[in-house]
Design a protein around this ligand. Structure first.
Ligand SMILES: [Zn+2]
Length: 127
């Protein structure tokens, strides 16, 4: 039992989510490369793997309740947190937005390359 993390969840839920989130258990897991924490929605458990950014990581995972991925809905939740004084959430939101825009740009670039290849192929075919 980790009362501290569970009560931190309750406090953050009440203070920043208006108590609307369903109750989750929060547990520590061994540090893992590239993983600050993760959520197991089926088991209603949030795992925290970092020792230094517990609060931010927990809030990040709380934003994932009912919202998988870091898309528009997730970023809207970060924005709400930022408006409530969590300034780190603004930076994180910008980070995920940039990541998505970069991915989209790469996607269009790839399509453009394919299109160009096809056009060139057609040109050669016609000639
Ligand atoms: Zn995440």
């Amino acid at each position: 039992m980790d009362d501290t993390l569970d009560s931190l969840f309750d406090r953050l839920n009440a203070g920043l989510f208006d108590g609307r989130l369903p109750t989750y258990r929060v547990r520590r897991c061994p540090p893992q490369a590239g993983e600050r924490g993760f959520i197991d929605e089926k088991a209603r458990t949030i795992w925290i793997c970092t020792s230094s950014e517990t609060r931010e990581t927990l809030l990040h995972e709380m934003c994932h309740i009912g919202t998988p991925g870091h898309g528009r809905r997730f970023r809207a939740k970060l924005k709400r947190l930022a408006r409530r004084g969590e300034s780190w959430a603004q930076a994180e939101r910008a980070y995920y937005l940039r990541a998505e825009l970069r991915m989209r740009a790469e996607h269009w670039m790839a399509l453009w390359e394919i299109g160009r290849g096809l056009t060139r192929g057609l040109g050669r075919f016609r000639a």
